[in-house]
Each structure stands twice: as C-alpha cells, then as structure tokens.
Design a protein around this ligand. Sequence first.
Ligand SMILES: [Zn+2]
Length: 421
Amino acid sequence: MSSNPPRANLPELAPAVQHEVARLAASPEVRSAYNWFRTQEPQLLHWQMEMARIPAPPFGEAARAAWLAERFREVGLDDVRIDDVGNVFGTHPGFGRRYVALSAHIDTVFPANTPLNIRQQGSRIYGPGVSDNGAGVVAMLAIAHLLRSVRIRHALPFVFIGNVGEEGEGDLRGMRHIFSTPRWKDSIAYSLVLDGAGADTIVAEGLGSRRFEVIVRGPGGHSWSDFGVPNPIVILAKAIDTFAATTVPTVPKTTFNIGVIRGGTSMNSIPESASMKVDIRSTSMTEMERLEQSLRLALARAVEDETLAAEMRSLAQKRPAGVSGEVVVIGNRPAGELSSGAKILQVVRSVDAQLSNAAQVQRASTDANIPLSLGLEAIAIGGGGSGGGAHTLQEWFDSNGRELALKRILLTMLTLAGVGE
Ligand SMILES: [Zn+2]
C-alpha cells in the first residue's frame, strides 16, 4: 500500500448511523466481544509469527494459503476453500443474499529465498511481513474466531478472504479474480480490506497506476565502423525528453516517473537495445489513459525521427536502418473512488467517532481499488497495533493497542450487516 494526503469535503455524519453504532457498542453482545478480544492477544501474536515464517512471494502463496485455510477451519468458518488462483475463503452465516466481505492479502514483496528470521520481544515482533500483512490477516482471523465463539446477532452473512497477489507484480490479481467471478461480484455488498497495522486511516479512494517497460531495439554495431546506424539510447532519450514535457493536472492528482533506464553493452558499441520503466499514477482513469497515450506518441515520434535521419545517412552508406519501439504494460491498477455519500464511509467514520479514534481519509493503492473501480462500496483500513519498515527485512509490529482496531472492524461489520432477529 502506498498513500497520499487526505482529501477534504467530507459530508456530515448521518444521525441514524451514529445512533445505530452507539446502540451496538452498548449492547451486551458487543461488550462480551470486547472482553473476549482482551483474552486473545497471545493467540493472535502466535498466529502472526507462525504465518510470517511461511514464505509467500508474489505468485508463490500456496503454502501460506493452505495454512490460512487450516486456521479458517480451526476457528469454525463454513465452506472453507481455495479458488483457482489461490484465494482462501470461509463464510459465517446470516440472513440475506449479499455478503459483507472482510479480506486481507496474504502475499509479501519478499522473494522465495528471503531468510525469514521472525522473532519476538514482549509485545513486539520482528521480521519480513509481520505487519504487512501479518497485522491484516491476524485481525481478520480474530474477527472470524470471535464470531464463532461469542454469539452476536447480525443480518447479512460475512465472507472472510485471504487473497493473493496484492503486492507489486501481483498487480491485485487475487481481488481481480474474485470480482470477475459472478458468484462474488454480484453478492459482495461491502468490502472491508485490512492492510498493514494501525487504526488511523481510511482509504476511500483507489489510486490507480499503470506501469510500462519501454524497449527500443536497433541493429547495433561498432562505434567507429558502423557510425550512423540508429542508436536506441538516443531514441529513448528523445522519447523521454518529449514525454517528460507532458503537463499533468494537480486535481485530479496525476504523476509520472521514469524510474529505471537500461541499455548498451560497452562504450564503443552502438547499443542493440535500450529500455526504461515508467510509472503513471492518478485517481482518474481518463488522466492515466491520456498519459499513456502521450508516452506511446513520444516513443513513436522518436523512432520515426531517428528512422528518417538514419535513412538520410544510409543514402551515402547503404546500410539498413531497422529500428523498433515497444511499450509493454507491466502493471495496471484501476483507479476508483467512493462517492462521498457511500454508506461504508458513513459507517466507519461513525465508528471512529464512537471509539474516539482520530482517522484520516486517504487515497492509496490497495486491494480496494478493484471493487472501487467497479463502483462497489469498499474501504481499506489497518489491522491495529503499530508497525514499521514495511517491505524491508527490518519490518516490525507492536501489538499494543490492537484491540482498538478489532473493535473498529467489528462495529463496522456489524453496522454494515444490519440487525439480525
Ligand atoms: Zn499490504
């Protein structure tokens, strides 16, 4: 998850929703849930460390998925299963056909051979993935375990999902698959995504991104004897110069970055290829498409200019001047945003008011992008406690204060599900 500053102009909280949250929070069932959470912390830290010790690199989450399916069965969820791409599901019954989904990604950014030295010091644990997304998965397990241990009435059923493919090249493939399956696309009314630690943010806007590798190829040659053949590094440089002059709006915020550039073999060789990686981000699909168009045009123009120039030169030298440019899409996360009147945002903000929890509404790139891009109600929040060093070997998580997030998640789910009889 990567995030941006909060947005303004949030609507007033609806008194009816606030009233419902307050009523739930004062109910004996929710009170006993709070007490139950208090006794569970040793179990939660145990699960968190056990899970972090199972490697889950992008496209290699199977062992961790199997572990989670076992935990889902152990806590007593129904219909526990793993789908075609490796997402893990379990349900808890209710009344009504549509679900409230609670999900957490199970993949990490760490390659398969990363040493997973997971260790504990008091309330603090250390090691790759303990917080992102150990915190999210364990909070989800805590809620599932609670609902099967303490009787709490609610209407809509719940589906718990440990999904694959959130990080990097995973490109949200787990969520994409779920929301392209009619069974889930048409039956998940609300998606609550748990990503990382904390309880102080609400991601209500899906920051979209498109990532490209741009490759220019030419015949190559000797710097002296083949002088005049098109040079891919020169073409790429011209394309960058043109593309970088593209103007982008500040609202909706739109950015681009050329983050990696490669090419050539030696100082005295005309390179056979040169490439770059480009990252485009926006909360607006239209702006991302416009920038992509601008990138493709800049490349086409640079290739064409250099081809023409080489043809002019080759009239004298009689050399072929084959040169080509290619744009490969290596990442595509759709943008999307919650309407400011969305129920899920009203509910979580009312829950925060009830719990005196100060949280900021943000835009970020998370699993919530997928339902948001389909116009469905979704937010991403933290699994509680505190954490740091995400995506590094120095990652840590501290369970102090985890209860606040568990209460927040529970109240949000119950309010969204409505009252059961
Ligand atoms: Zn994450």
